[in-house]
Write a protein that binds this ligand. Structure first.
Ligand code: SF4
Ligand code: SF4
Ligand code: SF4
Length: 286
């Protein structure tokens, strides 16, 4: 799909869905409100040229420092507290492939399931967002995430959990995420998850010489709102292929049943106290 095609898709669904949620004046039918579709993102690494415009746009949108682009050789760059969506260059069996990574916005996110404070929330329109005012700093989300996404600001007196937000302010305004808008190649598309999945399957089916026959995120860990297609195998571009299709919260639930509740609650309380103290010392709200 070219850029025009993407804009058409975006106009048809996701932005309209989110914008529709923002304007609560829409009358509901007798049978209740219409179902809300998940929005998503489709990353097509065959279109990515490694320009890093998405990274720069993400930093600007989130008030982060300019990304460190000094090490651009082959090798995976990990997300950090100040770089939510690093673009890495991978040497693969199909040649060099650039791939943008960020939070996968899982359909059933392990991070949200593990968070006892509900600081991470799977919103009804798809993105997984973090609520600063609810976070106790326990970092269970970091341990739970199978993609090693949430990062903790160890260097800050009042640390935050940092990860891709899916640009909620932009979505509310009916605009696509900053990284999507900035990509000059149409390598990142925004739309309803369902339509993006159809688009991904169509591209893969129509161009078997161009793509591996895999839409990553279709079923992995129960499905994710961010999906990836590529000329290379997922494992060659840093995507885990050992996670299965079972949603991770099901494993978390088993863990919670197995561990005495005091072992879980006590660390959370201790972190909460230390965080409250830090707020107090900083002159912030208690
Ligand atoms: S990738 Fe990790 S941080 Fe993102 S939604 Fe999934 S479990 Fe949560
Ligand atoms: S959706 Fe927003 S926060 Fe996430 S990577 Fe793109 S620009 Fe950054
Ligand atoms: S802006 Fe697009 S082409 Fe450039 S690095 Fe990001 S995904 Fe790749």
């Amino acid at each position: 799909m070219d850029r025009r095609g993407f804009l058409k898709l975006a106009a048809l669904t996701p932005i309209a869905v989110v914008a529709g949620e923002a304007s609560a004046s829409k009358p509901e039918s007798a049978s209740g409100p219409p179902p809300t579709e998940f929005v998503g993102m489709l990353i097509d690494t065959t279109r990515c040229i490694g320009c890093h415009a998405c990274e720069v746009a993400c930093a600007e949108e989130n008030g982060l420092p300019y990304p460190d682009l000094s090490r651009l050789g082959p090798g995976e760059r990990q997300a950090t507290t100040t770089e939510y969506t690093p673009v890495s260059l991978f040497e693969t069996s199909k040649g060099r492939v650039y791939a943008k990574r960020a939070c996968m916005h899982c359909n059933q996110p392990a991070c949200a399931s593990a968070c006892l404070c509900k600081a991470l929330e799977k919103t009804k329109y798809g993105p997984v967002v973090w609520h600063e005012d609810r976070c106790m700093g326990c970092r269970y989300c970091m341990i739970a995430c199978p993609f090693d996404v949430p990062k903790f600001e160890y260097d800050k007196p009042i640390p935050k959990i940092a990860k891709c937000t899916f640009c909620p302010e932009r979505l509310k305004e009916g605009r696509p995420p900053a990284c999507v808008e900035a990509c000059p190649q149409g390598a990142v598309a925004f739309g309803s998850r369902r339509q993006l999945l159809d688009e991904a399957r169509r591209r893969v089916a129509e161009s078997p010489d161009r793509y591996e026959p895999v839409v990553y995120g279709d079923h992995d860990v129960g499905g994710t709102c961010v999906m990836v297609i590529s000329s290379a195998r997922p494992d060659e571009i840093g995507l885990r292929t050992d996670l299965g299709t079972r949603p991770f919260p099901e494993y978390t639930r088993e863990f919670l049943y197995a561990v005495p509740i005091v072992d879980i609650i006590l660390p959370v309380l201790l972190f909460g106290f230390s965080r409250a103290m830090a707020h107090g010392n900083d002159g912030g709200d208690p």
